[in-house]
Structures are given as C-alpha cells and as structure tokens.
Design a protein around this ligand. Structure first.
Ligand code: FAD
Length: 378
C-alpha cells in the first residue's frame, strides 16, 4: 500500500464502492479502495441489475461481461401468491440497455476486476477518520493508516463514515426479514410446472421474488419479504430451514411449494432502513449507497442507487476537479437526493410493479443524459 498522499479513498468495495472506484479511475483520478473483508466469497444470493445500471457499466467496459453471465428476462411478472393470477406483466426490454438477473458474487467479482491492479485493499476495516481541514487521516483496525484528499463512504448500512458525520445511530429494523435460497435447476425438472424467468409472488403481507442467476439458467433463486417481529441476532444473517419456509408460505401456490421442497439451504436476513439523512457530505467526507439511503430491497434497486450515486459523484468531480470538492459534493447531493429518496420510499412501501405500471422512470433513466442541476437551482 502506498504511504504517500492519495487523492481519493473509498471505504467499502461493495456494489457501490467498487463501481465508484472503477468510474473514478477511468476518469483519471487516483483512487484506492479499502474493504474490511479479507476476501469476497460467493454467498448464496442473486441480484437484479436494471438497464439504468447497465448504462453505467458501459462506462467501465463491463456491461457485455455482466450480460454474458446473467439471465436476461423479457418480463417481470407479478402473480397472486395463492391463486397464481397475474396482476402485472411488465416488459423489461426497451429501456436502452439489458435487464439482468445475476449471482451477486459473480457480479461483485466482475466489478472488482474493473479496478486498476493493486488498488483494492482487503482486510482494511476502517476504525477512525480525522478530517483536519487539509486532508483526511484514515486509520484501520489493523493499526495501519493512510491519508487522502477526500474519502467516499461506501461502507453500507452500518457505515462508519456516516457515523463520523452524524454520530452513532442504529438503523431501523423494518419488521420484515428476507429469506434467500439458491436452487439447482436440475431439482425442478421433476415438476410439471413452469418456472418463469422473473416473477414476484405477492401475498397480503409477504412475498417471494424468484429468478435465474445465470445465463445457463442452471441456478434459480428466491428472496422473500416476511413479517418477523424483532431481529434478535447480532449477525448480518442467520440460517433458516425448509420447515420455517413451509410454515411461512402455507397454502401458497404449488410453484412456491415446489421451490420450498427443493430448498437445500436457506438463510434469513433482517431488512433495515433509515430515514433520509440531513446531509450527504461534510468537509472532505461524502457518502454513497446504503451508507446514505438504505432501503427495504423490494424494488430491487438498492445497489442500483449506490451505482447511480457513484456515477453522479464521478461526474460532479470531473466537472469541478478534486480541489473544488465542496462544489462537487453539493452538486452530487442536489442531483441525487430526489431520485434516491423517491426510490427509497417506493421500495419501502413495497408496491412497485404489483399492478401494471410503466417503470420507465426507473429503468429508462440514463444518468449521463440528465442535465446537471446546479446547487442553487435546486
Ligand atoms: P454494500 O454492498 O453493503 O457494501 C458495503 C461494503 O463496505 C461491504 O463490502 C462491507 O464489507 C464494507 N465495509 C463495511 N464497513 C466497513 C469498514 N468499517 N471498513 C471497510 N469496509 C467496510 N439491490 C439491488 O439493486 N437489486 C436487488 O435485487 C437487491 N436485492 C436485495 C436483497 C436483499 C435480501 C437485501 C438485504 C438487499 C438487496 N438489494 C438489492 C440491496 C443491495 O444489496 C444494497 O442496496 C447494496 O448492496 C448497497 O451497496 P453499497 O455498496 O452501498 O453497500
């Protein structure tokens, strides 16, 4: 690791931080990314990446690579969880790029590979930041430290950078958990049922979102939203079971029963959120993604918002240059706050695409085609 003064330090190499690093490096900035994990593993989870994100992936040259490993559904179906009746058939084509559903670990590997060699540092858990007005001292839990001109907090919902700006405050537990399971498609062959590419099964107070995570469609994935009064565990997730799933979805459609029956391993994740923050940056520190506007994941746009943040922040820094980071941070917030807050509130309400509606405001959005609103015009 360089001991010299660096330009930009990003804390967290999650879905937002890695893309921010790659975009800023493509724009010519000197960037290092610090990630607490010792390495990334292929945890059992999928993710949607909409056309709004693929337009950004083009800029770092990974769009084709992501498409080549993803399932690319033509529609998002919404169905009644009990009767199977269709409540919406929403086309996912025609928004200027491809709609992908993919394995989260595979996506993260592609994003990290887009960083310049030697600029992603694993095992670096941020302990403390000191913005002394001239630069920022960044101290890690392993006792090492670096300095940077600006620091981007892409360190997720429990962000240490957010805590430095706004004080310690736990996120709000939403009262819901998400179960996640990957199922080998081979296991589904025995059923005389159709397993659609991308379908959300809706119940009155719970749902199950289901899709393929590979281009070969050999891995099918479900993620739920199920009420659960309190999160009583310290860890990010805990194991669940087929029995727990069967109890949660008793009486639901035969396709859901087939998925539960075919489940070998299932995990359970608490869904947290926060109210919109009073500020997104202070001095030389700025936030993006879940550090800034976490949401319940029901629109499948949380990571997308982190990646859009990364694109807009890069655009603003290119506009002003790094020395005028204050103007860049102001522009960034002005050009991101309304959209991120809107997505956050629709996602938390869990109403998106339940009924037939036009999702063009989400998927048709091209962050590079938007005129940059100035701070005072907002
Ligand atoms: P993260 O991806 O959480 O990354 C933060 C990174 O910072 C992590 O790698 C972490 O290890 C690191 N870090 C944390 N603290 C420190 C520290 N002190 N020092 C150094 N590193 C640190 N979004 C979608 O767009 N589509 C979906 O389909 C979707 N499905 C979801 C399903 C579920 C069940 C859940 C819970 C979320 C889902 N999301 C989805 C939301 C999405 O996962 C998040 O919005 C997204 O990961 C946020 O990206 P981020 O980069 O801000 O944070």
């Amino acid at each position: 690791m360089s001991n010299g003064k660096e330009k930009i330090a990003i804390i967290g190499a999650g879905l937002g931080g890695a893309v921010a690093g790659a975009l800023l490096q493509h724009a010519g900035f000197e960037v290092n990314v610090y990630e607490q994990a010792p390495s990334f593993s292929r945890l059992g989870a999928g993710i949607h990446m909409g056309p709004n994100v693929l337009k950004i992936f083009e800029r770092i040259g990974v769009d084709k690579k992501v498409i080549s490993i993803s399932s690319t559904p033509s529609h998002w179906f919404s169905r009644d969880g009990i009767t199977g009746e269709y409540t919406a058939r929403v086309p996912l084509v025609g928004y200027g790029q491809t709609y992908c559903t993919v394995h989260r670990g595979d996506l993260q590997a592609i994003q990290c590979d887009a960083l310049q060699p030697g600029t992603l540092h694993f095992g670096k858990k941020l302990a403390r930041l000191d913005d002394n007005g001239t630069d920022v001292l960044i101290e890690f839990e392993d006792g090492t430290s670096v300095r940077a001109d600006i620091v981007i907090g892409a360190d997720g919902i429990n962000s240490r950078v957010r805590e430095t700006l706004l004080g310690a405050e736990k996120p709000n537990y939403s009262g819901w958990v998400g179960h996640r399971a990957l199922i080998s498609s081979d296991k589904l062959k025995k059923y005389d049922l159709t397993f659609e590419d991308c379908v959300k099964w809706w119940g009155p107070d719970r749902h199950m979102m289901v899709y393929y995570t590979t281009a070969r469609r050999d891995e099918y994935y479900y993620v739920t939203g199920v009420p659960h009064p309190a999160w009583e565990f310290d860890s990010a997730f805990v194991g669940s079971s087929r029995d727990e799933m069967a109890a949660a979805f008793k009486g639901y459609h035969p396709i859901i029963q087939a998925l539960i029956e075919s489940t070998d391993e299932v995990t359970k994740w608490p869904l947290f959120n926060r109210n919109p923050l009073p500020l997104w940056s202070k001095g030389r520190l700025v936030l993006l993604g879940d550090a800034c506007h976490p949401m319940k994941p029901h629109m499948a746009q949380g990571a997308a918002m982190a990646i859009e943040d990364a694109a807009m922040l890069t655009r603003c820094l290119q506009e002003t240059g790094i020395n005028d980071f204050r103007t860049a941070f102001g522009l960034y917030e002005t050009n991101r706050r309304d959209r991120a807050t809107r997505v956050q509130s629709v996602s938390n309400a869990n109403t998106f695409l339940l009924k037939q509606e036009d999702p063009a405001w989400v998927y048709g959005y091209d962050i590079y085609a938007e005129p940059l609103k100035s701070e005072t015009a907002a």
